[in-house]
Design a protein around this ligand. Structure first.
Ligand code: SF4
Ligand code: MG
Length: 324
């Protein structure tokens, strides 16, 4: 039940008096052990905020991030202990110190946190090898590497901390399309090798479809649908998810026209009342402008927040409520 509010009384430098942005509004999401969960939404939907909260870069305004460390058996003796969840950002070049070599970048977290259990060179080579970087690049600096190589260094640095959960915030969006596929394959290989769970954040539905076991769709700070990946594509329940899927050009089906989601995502400063999606929704009803639809399990494991999907029992209860 995590919410995050930015700004507030007074606003920045006294401007925008009292204006608040509710970046996250009562978000509930679980990432299981060895699970890859995709988090999808347009920019401004709150995905990155959630990612930053998960790794502790920021704190929620209300609600809790619960890391179930206790449920896990401890690391085998002699193995590096985990530093908790790690995050990989979109801009790998900016995430690296321009004056540091590849070796230093990868070693830093291990040295700072006393994780190094053997010779430094062997540690660095093993991590470079696991992300497909030749050891000969270890003395290079970021400007001597390609964007894809920089992202591999950032991934190796995150793995140095032996995370059980990796938050990947648009990790391939800044890369050339040809390189994107390589780095996505790397994430899949690393999943097999490390047993890490991923929270994989992207605005790009096909990217997330390829990797994720389960997908959560965000809109203006709320999760509007979540389901196992196959179920989500086979039977999307929320009109926003339907629109996102319809906006992906489909080469196999030779769909020649595709339908971008109409309208623009409204400002999080003044989100629409009721269902935030109602100004763009082709199925909007009167109730949608007034009542915020709760996220409910419509089918086992398949959640949707839309008045169209409300189970009959709930609708009946609502019908006898104050809104008739
Ligand atoms: Fe559309 Fe209403 Fe469902 Fe929102 S609650 S997605 S406006 S039908
Ligand atoms: Mg973002």
């Amino acid at each position: 039940d995590v919410s995050k509010i930015y700004g507030g009384s007074g606003g920045l430098f006294g401007f925008g008096l009292g204006s608040q942005v509710r970046a996250l509004d009562g978000v509930a999401l679980t990432v299981g052990e060895r699970e890859i969960v995709g988090l999808v939404g347009e920019s401004g939907s709150g995905k990155s905020t959630l990612g930053r909260l998960v790794v502790g870069l920021e704190r929620p305004t209300s609600g809790h991030i619960i890391l179930n460390e206790a449920a896990r058996p401890g690391p085998p003796r002699g193995k590096a202990r985990s530093l908790g969840p790690q995050i990989i950002f979109q801009n790998a070049v900016a995430a690296l110190n321009p004056r540091r070599t590849v070796k230093d970048a990868i070693l830093e977290p291990a040295v700072v946190h006393g994780l190094l259990t053997g010779p430094a060179d062997a540690f660095v080579h093993r991590l470079m090898d696991s992300v497909g970087l030749p050891a000969s690049l270890k003395d290079r600096r970021p400007h001597e590497l390609s964007g894809g190589q920089c992202q591999r260094v950032v991934i190796a640095r995150a793995l140095a901390a032996s995370p059980k959960l990796l938050v990947c915030d648009e990790p391939v969006s800044a890369l050339d399309v040809s390189i994107q596929a390589q780095v996505l394959n790397l994430f899949l290989d690393l999943y097999d090798e490390t047993g890490c769970s991923y929270l994989f954040i992207s605005h790009d539905l096909p990217v997330v479809e390829r990797l994720s076991h389960r997908i959560a769709i965000m809109y203006l700070g709320r999760i509007v649908e979540s389901a196992p990946t196959k179920a989500l594509f086979a039977k999307p329940l929320h009109p926003y998810t339907e629109a996102l899927i319809a906006s992906v050009p489909d080469i196999e089906q030779q769909r020649r026209t595709f339908h971008p989601v109409s309208g623009e995502i409204p400002s999080p400063l003044s989100p629409p009342s009721g269902c935030h999606f109602h100004p763009r929704c082709p199925h909007a009803m009167d109730v949608c402008r007034v009542v915020q639809p709760p996220l409910l399990a419509i089918e086992p494991g398949h959640f949707s927040a839309c008045h169209l999907n409300t189970p009959p029992a709930f609708a009946a209860a609502g019908a006898s409520g104050p809104l008739g």
